[in-house]
Design a protein around this ligand. Structure first.
Ligand code: FRU
Length: 482
């Protein structure tokens, strides 16, 4: 039953211990729970937030509504890790508890100021009694001891010319100065990303600098979750345009997650110089709100929400929705963006087997594994299949045309069909290398070491762990540690 607005914005304190205990039990026993990914303990997870390195640990927060699988009153939950694969759940950290974030501590970013202080820049969502929205760009300090101290007043107000769809500040460093890129909608309903600049070292005061120039085209009616990172000196913009005309760039998901590679960010003219064409960041069914940051070790690290706005997900029946992708490293090769699970992910592997996939069923008894294959002839793989392969996810590899097509139509649980049941990606014809990270209800496919990525949620029965191939081929398979 759909949640009313009043139910979505109910105070957390109004949920009884019994309600929470029942929900926790339902989620804990969900057959869709993944084994080596970040997912909510209860309720709905969406965007990765505040991905940063602080006090000797990676900090990865995420948007969460803890009391049901809907977009309700959002907080930030925190996970920490020293190796990007073993994560500790630190619980909820940033709550919607002031007049400037009463209806949600929305997405944002974080940057360590010192070993003691992590600066958080986030959007406070508020609603008037008439349902009208007001957005504030707020700040907080997360300290080493785990406390959050919010600044008394918003750090940036919405400048003239923009609607209340103004959110998701992502802080970054350029030429020794602190900037933030923010998603926005202009009053004439165009999606833009704007630049703000900190005017003091404590980051309590910010100036609006203007719209970031990177395309002549209209970026739909809104841009969410813009990010700017620097890879090999180049400025890479990741962003989520909503309502983008498909004649500008084609995409299949309700909203795409895209990127542009530029020579540099000219902070004077607020321009991404010599921008590339727009590209889809991920060619799978569900990837959105990717957050990336320049980590102190020189890598650019990213995580995506394996979900999309406005979707009913089959795990809703168990009281939860949404998960984060593996942590990926972003690199540039021959001018192209590559995304691949961080090298630390290799430590999840155990019990390697060299297998032969064919029309004869094969299983390791679980849907949590990494499969590595090199395909030199056209083939079709079937994963998440039942024992006689009448139900499966199919992956068609057309080597001659360099086309890879994922088809979700033949699985027992159907959902999100309005957006089609196939997704495809293209690479150069010839040999194709695939690394597939399957987890109970997800699949992240990395083509040619990260040249293309397809990330999706997959829902099937727990016993459907079989793999088949139309034409026999050998593969490596590893189980992955929980
Ligand atoms: C993207 C988004 C952000 C917003 C957050 C709210 O998925 O809509 O723009 O800050 O989710 O949870």
């Amino acid at each position: 039953k759909p949640w009313t607005s009043a139910e979505r914005y109910r105070a957390y304190a109004d949920y009884s211990p019994e309600f929470i205990a029942d929900l926790t039990t339902a989620v804990a026993s969900s057959a869709y729970k993944n084994t080596y990914h970040i997912q909510p303990k209860t309720g709905l997870l969406n965007d990765p937030n505040g991905f940063s390195y602080f006090n000797g640990k990676y900090h990865l927060f995420y948007q969460v509504f803890p009391y049901g699988p809907v977009h309700g009153l959002k907080s930030w939950a925190l996970m920490t890790s020293t190796d990007l694969i073993h994560w500790t759940d630190e619980g909820l950290k940033l709550f919607p508890d002031t007049v400037f974030d009463s209806h949600g501590a929305y997405s944002g970013s974080a940057l360590a100021l010192s070993d003691d202080e992590l600066f958080i820049f986030y959007t406070g969502n508020t609603r008037g009694t008439d349902g009208s929205r007001d957005a504030y760009q707020n700040g907080a300090i997360y300290s080493k001891s785990g406390d959050v101290q919010k600044f008394d007043a918003p750090l940036l107000r919405t400048p003239a010319g923009y609607t209340d769809h103004f959110r998701d500040p992502m802080i970054f460093d350029a030429n020794g100065q602190k900037f933030a890129i923010i998603g926005a909608q202009t009053c004439d309903e165009a999606g833009v990303a704007v630049l703000a600049q900190a005017t003091d070292d404590s980051l309590t005061s910010w100036d609006y600098r203007g719209q970031v120039q990177f395309t002549q085209e209209k970026m739909g009616y809104m841009i969410e979750c813009p990010n700017l990172v620097f890879i090999d000196q180049k400025a890479v913009l990741l962003f989520c345009p909503q309502g983008l005309d498909k004649s500008i760039v084609d995409y299949d998901n309700v909203f795409p997650n895209m990127y542009v590679i530029a020579e540099s960010l000219d902070t004077e003219s607020v321009t991404l110089t010599q921008p590339s064409a727009l590209h889809n960041l991920d060619d799978g069914f569900e990837a959105y709100a990717t957050q990336a940051f320049n980590a102190p070790d020189g890598r650019v690290l990213a995580s995506s929400w394996l979900g999309l706005p406005d979707l009913d997900v089959p795990s809703n029946v168990d009281g939860w929705q949404g998960m984060l992708s593996l942590v990926k490293e972003l690199t540039l090769k021959n001018g192209q963006l590559y995304q691949y699970p961080v090298v630390e992910t290799l430590a999840l592997r155990h019990d390697q087997q060299v297998i032969n996939l064919s029309e004869v069923s094969f299983t390791i008894g679980t849907n949590s594994y990494e499969l590595e294959i090199e395909v030199t002839e056209d083939n079709e793989l079937y994963l998440f299949a039942d024992a006689d392969n009448s139900s499966h996810l199919s992956l068609k590899i057309d080597v001659k045309n360099g086309k890879i097509e994922l088809n979700r139509a033949n699985l027992p649980v159907s959902w999100a069909e309005n957006y089609g049941t196939t997704r495809s990606t293209h690479v150069a014809p010839g040999k194709v290398k695939l690394n597939l990270f399957a987890d109970t209800s997800s699949l992240e496919i990395f083509v040619n070491d990260g040249e293309k990525v397809m990330s999706s949620r997959i829902f099937t029965a727990p016993e459907n762990t079989y793999l088949f191939a139309k034409n026999s081929l050998s593969a490596n398979v590893w189980q992955l540690k929980k």
